[in-house]
Ligand binder design. Structure first.
Ligand code: SF4
Ligand code: SF3
Length: 520
């Protein structure tokens, strides 16, 4: 096998005998075969000059299946590949030749991989938007264009132009998902989220799909079952259309990499709506359910019907049978015992735009940091905790995605009535951060790069890749990226990014903070 798409890749080079994530060589081969079949389908559709809703969905879901920590189920991957093949055969003709993705000169493989991995991230966001009935022609069409582009030779300049174009399209895709989430569930509002578990039956919901959470909330209403968000589902508490359910009771646990210990002893089932799913310990394997593109051999999978409705009865019945805790239960051993704040997406932050602008003008806010992205098991990720702890009292910290669990339990105080840490939401809510930055730049009559704002990003999987490419495509400079640089970026590509965008690999928190605040 050969896989180097995520931050925890072996030796920061590539996984060749088995994935650090638990992906086995046969699964890796099936995922590669699926990507090749998606390329053949995109090429066949392009040759026929046709785009259909069925192909749109297959391209998005197929790419999403191959994203890190999503699907380890060989049978499910093979069956999906068969559906892609059958759809391609409807276009007639012979399957086209496909490039060998991981072979060729280093820079070509690097640039090709960057585009492909970015598309996997965008596929996830387009998938969530489509689940809520929101699509965009430009976004859907780019999956065809991008997959065909991956299959063809280009000069370095052409690859870079494609990557920038992709970054712009992914901005539209994140905007589309924002429209889908806020159009369906309302504009997020600041919310305090309990982290302890009430007595009685409960279900834990992980992943990013708000539509799945909504269906589960509806199906559990009045049944005496509480629902707890996990990891990237935490921002759900900010949405009025989800918060209205009184049994959306709180958040359980921390980021994805702690699931094997956190799920071990809880008397409740867990639903994974997306990544990040890890191989399970036997102690809790019979309590984990997957849905949609997520899969793992041996776990129970909840399929949608033709209208997208899911029957969560098996998980509801198991929650009732397990019964939950006998008494209200403190989770202080795993990040419980306090309240978490979320819901500061662009709507809520920009409602305070005047205050923030005057705080900046009066010098009460010296700098704004966006510290966000993925969490993971890499020891260097303490950087983000230390960084946030070290930020001066006259600075604000915006955050998003699961990387926030490194510091969202810290009490950093307030400035002018605003908490110093503002959780903007999931990784796709990077869109919110960009909206806020653009609004501030507009108010100050400058560009985003001239604002007292610095992005300090942590990456793990391919959604972070598409977000980074969007930020670069929008011309955002001086981004700090860690905990390591992607293994798929060749030396030449890194050099280009550093020279063109002043991209900084993270060093140590104090040194980077000093450099940002001009105290170096
Ligand atoms: Fe390795 Fe990451 Fe690929 Fe898993 S997804 S095989 S950890 S590079
Ligand atoms: Fe986290 Fe997997 Fe990336 Fe959506 S849940 S940010 S790592």
């Amino acid at each position: 096998m050969f896989c180097f798409q995520c931050q925890q890749t072996a030796g920061n080079k590539c996984c060749v005998s088995v994935g650090v994530c638990g992906k086995q060589p046969d699964t890796a081969a099936l995922q590669d075969e699926l990507v090749y079949e998606l390329i053949r389908l995109a090429e066949a559709a392009a040759a026929a000059g046709q785009r259909t809703q069925i192909v749109d969905r297959l391209l998005m879901d197929g790419l999403f299946i191959t994203l890190t920590n999503v699907n380890f189920d060989n049978q499910a991957i093979a069956e999906f590949t068969e559906r892609v093949r059958a759809e391609r055969e409807k276009f007639g003709g012979k399957p086209c030749a496909v490039v060998e993705l991981w072979k060729g000169d280093t820079d070509t493989v690097s640039l090709r991989s960057t585009l492909l991995f970015g598309m996997k991230g965008m596929a996830a966001y387009a998938h969530h938007a489509m689940n809520l009935g929101y699509t965009d022609d430009e976004v859907s069409a780019w999956f065809y264009k991008g997959l065909c582009a991956v299959n063809r030779p280009h000069s370095v300049e052409e690859w870079l132009a494609l990557i920038v174009e992709f970054g712009q399209v992914n901005f539209r895709c994140m905007e589309l998902l924002d429209e889908a989430n806020t159009g369906t569930f309302g504009t997020p509002q600041p919310a305090k989220v309990p982290t302890d578990i009430k007595k009685g039956p409960f279900i834990v919901v992980s992943g990013h799909d708000l539509g799945d959470l909504a269906q589960l909330l509806e199906q559990t209403a009045g049944k005496g079952i509480n629902i707890y968000t996990h990891s990237e589902m935490l921002p759900a508490h900010g949405y009025p259309g989800l918060k209205k359910h009184p049994h959306l009771a709180g958040n359980f646990g921390t980021a994805w990499q702690s699931q094997q210990t956190e799920f071990e002893n809880i008397p409740a089932p867990v639903l994974f709506t997306t990544n990040c799913l890890m191989p399970q310990r036997p102690s809790y394997q019979d309590r984990v359910y997957t849905t949609s593109v997520v899969g793992y051999a041996g776990l129970r999978h909840i399929e949608a019907d033709a209208c997208g409705r899911k029957d969560f009865s098996p998980i509801i019945e198991q929650a009732l049978a397990l019964g939950g805790y006998e008494h209200d239960h403190s989770m202080s051993g795993i990040n419980g015992g306090h309240m978490l704040m979320t819901g500061f997406a662009h709507g809520a932050v920009l409602a305070h735009a005047e205050e923030i602008i005057s705080l900046i003008k009066s010098g009460k806010v010296r700098h704004i940091f966006l510290v966000g992205g993925c969490d993971g098991a890499h020891p260097g990720r303490n950087y983000y905790t230390e960084f946030v702890k070290s930020t001066p009292m006259d600075t604000l910290v915006l955050t998003l995605a699961c990387g926030k669990y490194r510091f969202n339990d810290l009490d950093l105080g307030e400035i002018g009535g605003l908490p110093r840490i503002l959780d903007m939401g999931q990784c796709n809510d990077a869109y919110s951060a960009i909206k806020v930055a653009l609004a501030l730049a507009d108010a100050f009559g400058c560009t985003v790069n001239d604002l007292p704002l610095t992005l300090v990003l942590s990456w793990y999987e391919q959604k972070a890749v598409c977000i980074l490419l969007t930020l670069l495509a929008l011309g955002v400079k001086n981004i700090y990226l860690g905990p390591t640089l992607p293994a798929f970026l060749s030396e030449t590509v890194v050099k280009t990014l550093v020279e063109t965008y002043d991209l900084h690999p993270t060093t140590n928190p104090q040194q980077d903070l000093d450099a940002i605040l001009g105290r170096g």
